[in-house]
Design a protein around this ligand. Structure first.
Ligand code: PLP
Length: 362
């Protein structure tokens, strides 16, 4: 039986032959003159600092060891994981790749559930793909029935859990109901960028049963590696076979792949877990303090490294914070979050200064 991925992928993508880069073509030899690289160039490496890269060579066409290390990390929580993993330039590239692989410009549609991460809609817009917005309910959970009613014409359903900017986990029962309802029509993409702050809520274990479930991850959040632009896309073999037709020939610079490998080592994971626990403590302390402030109407429950706050003031708390040198994220553009500001959880020192600034607000 033809897979859903194969049914969804536009003809133009299906007939692509992946770019035959020098690394992909490979070969056996001791003199490499196939990629128009400089043969002897090491001037940027500093062996004294343990950095002895040969930056003159192109990286792997797909960094297999980084992808394997990430898959091993995932298998710690989902031992029966059967999917494939590919390393990409941040979760943002994974979103873009999915839209470009499975949607036909001018013809196809994605569903998003705002307020949520803006890149799903942006990538669709940039590729002339329609976005149907089905807002979250008042409790920031999915409007399951409305989504179900619109699955038939939808190539990709983007869900974000824990969700940005609301900070909550999407109920897993709802996601399962949607996975059941979308089997014949829609790939369900779950963006788990913040999953390390709520690992128990991951949907990885559902991938075996639902091959049309795709998971997006990143090292930009709990791993603290936003600058290296490393994310991961986890999907079934059939989904991945089409992603591989379109992915850039060298998606990951070698130095970034090396740093990612260190982060995914036993000691790297230990450090990440410790940092995550420490951050959660600061977050919970910050939330408790915020709740004492007269200007705070509501602090939304957070399963992430940020907190969404509704203020009861007429003047903008975002602008006020900015005037004190504290840059938060205004949510005024979201109708349902009109009086809300999203604040990332930083060090205890930064959060103390933020709290003191808020106490002085009048
Ligand atoms: C939900 C969500 N997904 C993806 C991203 C982007 O991640 P990356 O830095 O890996 O591109 C973000 C960044 O804020 C995010 O909030």
């Amino acid at each position: 039986m033809e897979s859903l991925a194969s049914q969804l992928v536009p003809k133009a993508v299906k007939k692509l032959i992946p770019y035959q880069s020098a690394r992909r073509l490979g070969g056996n030899g001791h003199i490499w003159l196939n990629a128009n690289e400089l043969e002897n160039s090491c001037q940027y490496g500093d062996p004294a600092q343990g950095i002895n890269h040969h930056y003159n060579r192109y990286p792997d066409f797909l960094p297999q060891d980084t992808a394997q290390a990430y898959q091993n990390y995932c298998m710690q929580v989902a031992p029966a994981l059967t999917c494939e993993t590919v390393a990409v330039r941040g979760a943002d590239e994974a979103i873009d790749l999915l839209v470009r692989t499975f949607c036909e410009p001018g013809n196809d549609q994605i569903i998003v559930c705002p307020p949520t991460y803006g890149m799903y809609e942006f990538c669709a817009d940039a590729f002339s793909v329609d976005t149907l917005a089905i807002p979250l309910l008042e409790n920031f959970q999915l409007d399951v029935q409305a989504i179900k009613a619109n699955l038939a014409n939808t190539s990709l359903l983007f869900l974000c859990s824990p969700n940005n900017p609301t900070g909550n986990i999407i109920a897993q029962n709802d996601m399962i109901e949607l996975l059941e309802a979308s089997k014949a029509s829609t790939l369900v993409v779950v963006d788990e960028a913040y999953i390390e702050f709520a690992p128990q809520s991951s949907v990885l274990h559902l991938m075996e049963k639902y091959p049309h479930l795709v998971v997006i991850r990143t090292l930009s959040k709990a791993f603290g590696l936003a600058s290296i632009r490393c994310g991961f896309l986890l999907a079934s073999t059939s989904v991945m076979s089409y992603i591989n037709l379109i992915i850039a020939p060298y998606p990951m610079p070698d130095p970034c792949a090396e740093i990612a490998l260190k982060a995914l080592s036993v000691s790297g994971l230990e450090k990440m877990n410790q940092q995550t626990q420490a951050l959660i403590k600061v977050r919970n302390w910050f939330i408790a303090e915020l709740k004492e402030l007269a200007i705070v109407e509501h602090v939304y429950c957070s399963e992430t490294n940020f907190v969404l706050i509704k203020f009861n003031t007429l003047t903008s708390v975002y602008d006020y914070l900015l005037s004190t040198g504290i840059v938060a994220r205004n949510q005024a553009h979201e109708v349902v979050l009109k009086d809300c500001v999203r604040i990332t959880i930083g060090s205890k020192t930064s959060m103390t200064e933020t709290l003191n600034a808020l106490k002085k607000f009048n």
